[in-house]
Write a protein that binds this ligand. Sequence first.
Ligand code: AMP
Ligand code: MG
Length: 416
Amino acid sequence: MAQLSDDCFAFGGALMPVDEAVALIAARISPVAGVERVALHDADNRVLAHALHAPLPLPLFSNSAVDGYALRSADLPHDAARAFPVAGRVQAGSAAAPIAPDTVMRIFTGAPMPQGADTVFMQEDVEHDADGRVILPAGLRAGANMRPAGEDIAQGALALQAGQRLRPQHVALAAALGLTHLDLRRRIRVAVFSTGNEVVAPGAPRDSAQLYDSNRFMLAGLLRRLGCDVSDLGILRDDRAALSVALEGATQGHDLVLTSGGVSTGEEDHVRASIEAAGSLVLWRMAIKPGRPVAMGVIYGTPFIGLPGNPVASFVTFAYVVRPVILALAGASPEPLVALPVRADFSYKKKKGRREYVRASLKISTEGPVAQKFPREGAGLLSSLCETNGLVELGEDIERVAPGDSVGFLPYAALV
Ligand code: AMP
Ligand code: MG
């Protein structure tokens, strides 16, 4: 497990700007040790441990990009169309004979270029004469419709960077290079708790003043989408001794302990007290809405994050605090969240100096993509996350938004 010092999350300012939180995480968290050889079928969404240099060129051999007729560029007609005899035929998967001067070869997409040939006419562009010859028009450039070996990736070139989180296209590239296994970082193991005397598990008996736990399910899903192994460790009472036993116990076998609830103003005391003997806890007052404070702690060298209990605040702070911690522990290159410019269809006033996230749906209009704001703003409204498809990001400097203004939009799909 990564061993952190107790003061590693210390921060001097009053309000923690989002970018500073992300930078501090990148500086303080190092990847867990542990690399394993994994079959390609299991490599999706894992992190590549070492840079991968191409053992072979891609394409592996020069081949035709179209169905047509191959020839030597030295024979290309320049001023007028010219007829050529068809000297042979080469299909995908079969080897080609060398080409003779002043002839063409019938060729199909993906078939190897005959030795000496470097240009292909598309079959749609040629005509045929009564003697079975093909008539090639003038004007095609040398090298047309041919895919040279190594044009995609040269042999020995960097194919995938260390720290690349593998998506299906990265796994496809490794497969194209003939690899069967990759050296990947081990999965990050996260312990997840909910906290609060008012929180009960769905299906459990519930008093009139209690609510069903939703955060654990949301956080576990977000973590799994980031490639983590999740241990769902249930719900903790607001009780110092119980918290202390459970949180310390959870450091065994986990790289991160994550809770939600119980760290808003006043309440963090028993969380802090429960951690104090084994480590430390600081509150980051994030300059973010919806947000509230996020507790950053260290328990016996293992990172602890306490998210706010309100589901929307938990969701947003997950994206800005937990996600970068997971990527850093996993040895993944940072994947900054880039909001794409769209038009707002709403008016909005906000406080300068803090970043706000507005739940919105992206609609395509005749003037391009438009973000429609969810009509209500409560940080407890799960429907607001379910009925929208992303967040409008309003930067620290913005004070008001008017309909038609350009704003940044982050699709939920980009957060994991
Ligand atoms: P807290 O951060 O503990 O002050 O909680 C803020 C709000 O979030 C309160 O209304 C809590 O009841 C609610 N809450 C806390 N934990 C959960 C949870 N696991 N699932 C759903 N709501 C929660
Ligand atoms: Mg509470």
